[in-house]
Design a protein around this ligand. Structure first.
Ligand SMILES: NC(=O)c1ccc[n+]([C@@H]2O[C@H](COP(=O)([O-])OP(=O)(O)OC[C@H]3O[C@@H](n4cnc5c(N)ncnc54)[C@H](O)[C@@H]3O)[C@@H](O)[C@H]2O)c1
Length: 465
């Protein structure tokens, strides 16, 4: 291998991004050795013992194939020192206190990693952080007393949970931002060569750091905007008698728009969309562009409205019954189908609002871990006596007056050939008025009505019960 090619990588952060990215890089670059490190002994222990802390299609198979060249460790210093290229994939939540509260990125974990790298390194490194490369370069300049060369690159991650490995293997594009200096270009070229192992060169774009970072924010903000745009039409559809699924199709068939991200829902969640929009709003505000900040803020307001309006949607159909203490089964808790991640799930808003109105809520998710759901409920101060996590759908729906489908898991589909649940037994076990609220448009209303349920579909007009 040539002198300036990368042979040893350290990835700090053994979460979704760090582990999936490292697994694919190791899989496609057989001569590279990668050590994934984390401060959490429990997480590293779980990866090592193969009781994986996250579930992603194909991740397990890939990890099996790279077992000789990808290691998990808590010895962060040793892994940093041995590496010539370091990915920083630690969490960067939104700031919760002080300057930028509610909007700016909290980069303290990234800053801690960079400080550690500068402190323990005895040779030059290329650093690929999540967060702002600019801020980190300044920090390195202050702390670098050993005269080493640290090149900071930006390489935004576009993977989506649930399809992470597929997204990494077949990316629409890879973006690498670097400083416009010979050393910056050389560092970028080394990262490019890792990706070129499987990605055609015309999909790998090198640019400056700001374009790379702003491009990532813009992509996520525009994806979220599409979801909010279609969601904004659900209430109108219900009022005038239009059908949101037809609207999605009509809009999506326009080749200039395309069909993706146009499914109506109870609102978007997850750890990226809202955070990236908040970051964009903060950036616009700090540059003095208040109209631009307000423009993007409106997207978040629409999403908050969509999440908050679901309980009203359900209870408005119940008439006087709405003031009784009802039992409501909520099916699905992860922030979207295909992932076990319950961080920033929009379902929490529905559960909180239903419990707040005095109803008893029973939750079932086919993939999310029961303890993760319980922890989320606990953090939201939702006591176990009012919000219960059930072991299966039948248990959640038994005795329920209302079922609300909140995550579009295939398990909840009712069409013949796709049907996995015993909907007849579920309907028989319910109490009147046996209302089904389909917040994801995954059920066949006629089929469930044939079983004695009343079905309320998101974005379709409904008669009063
Ligand atoms: N999850 C996604 O879909 C996604 C997509 C694109 C980008 N991102 C970004 O990638 C980054 C990582 O996201 P994630 O979902 O993988 O996070 P995660 O919470 O799943 O994992 C982060 C890991 O970093 C570890 N960590 C925190 N501070 C550390 C430190 N100082 N030293 C060592 N380990 C430390 C934590 O213990 C945790 O295991 C975030 O900035 C996120 O915004 C996430």
């Amino acid at each position: 291998m040539a002198k300036d090619q990368t042979t040893r990588i350290c990835c700090i952060g053994a979460g979704y991004v760090g582990t999936c990215t490292s697994a694919v890089l190791a899989y496609k670059n057989p001569s590279v050795r990668i050590t994934v490190v984390d401060t959490s002994e429990a997480k590293i222990g779980a990866w090592r013992s193969r009781s994986f802390p996250i579930s992603e299609p194909c991740l397990q198979e890939i990890l099996k194939q790279v077992v000789e060249r990808l290691a998990f460790s808590t010895d962060i210093e040793a892994a940093i020192n041995a590496a010539d290229l370091i990915f920083i994939c630690v969490d960067t939540p939104t700031v919760t206190k002080g300057t930028g509260e509610g909007f700016a990125l909290d980069t303290s974990a990234v800053v801690a990693c960079v400080a550690k790298i500068v402190e323990v390194s005895t040779s030059d490194k290329i650093i690929v952080p999540c967060g702002t490369a600019d801020q980190l370069r300044k920090l390195i300049t202050q702390k670098n007393t050993k005269g080493l060369n640290f090149e900071v690159l930006s390489n935004p991650e576009f993977l989506a949970e649930g399809t992470a490995i597929h997204d990494l293997l077949h990316p629409d594009r890879v973006i690498i931002g670097a400083e416009n200096t010979p050393k910056g270009s050389n560092a970028a070229a080394r990262l490019v060569s890792l990706y070129q192992a499987w990605i055609p060169s015309d999909r790998i774009k090198t640019t400056n750091t700001w374009s790379s970072e702003l491009g990532k924010l813009a992509a996520n903000a525009m994806l979220a905007q599409r979801i909010s745009s279609i969601n904004s039409l659900t209430a109108i559809c219900e009022s005038v008698g239009a059908d949101i699924q037809d609207i999605s199709q009509i809009v999506g068939l326009d080749h200039r728009i395309g069909p993706h991200m146009l499914q109506a829902s109870i609102g978007f969640g997850g750890s990226c969309f809202e955070k990236d929009i908040r970051c964009l709003v903060y950036l616009a505000e700090s540059l003095g562009f208040r109209h631009i900040a307000r423009y993007w803020m409106a997207d978040l307001e629409m999403n908050d409205f969509q999440k908050a309006s679901q309980t009203e949607r359900i209870t408005s159909l119940l008439g006087p019954l709405a003031s009784s203490k009802l039992t409501i089964a909520v099916l699905g808790f992860s922030f979207k189908a295909g992932t076990t991640d319950v961080r920033s799930t929009p379902v929490l808003t529905i559960v909180r609002d239903l419990v707040g109105r005095g109803h008893k809520v029973k939750i079932f998710d086919p993939k999310a871990k029961k303890e993760d759901i319980q922890e989320t409920l606990c953090k939201a101060n939702l006591g176990r006596e009012r919000a219960i996590v059930s072991l299966n759908a039948m248990q959640a729906c038994d005795g329920a007056h209302v079922i609300a489908i909140a995550t579009a898991w295939d398990e909840f589909r009712t069409r013949p050939g796709l049907r996995r649940m015993d909907w007849k037994s579920i309907a028989d076990g319910m109490q009147q008025p046996r209302l089904m609220f389909d917040g994801c448009n995954v059920v066949d209303a006629k089929y469930l009505e044939g079983l004695g349920m009343k079905v309320l579909e998101l974005g379709r007009k409904q008669a009063m019960l």
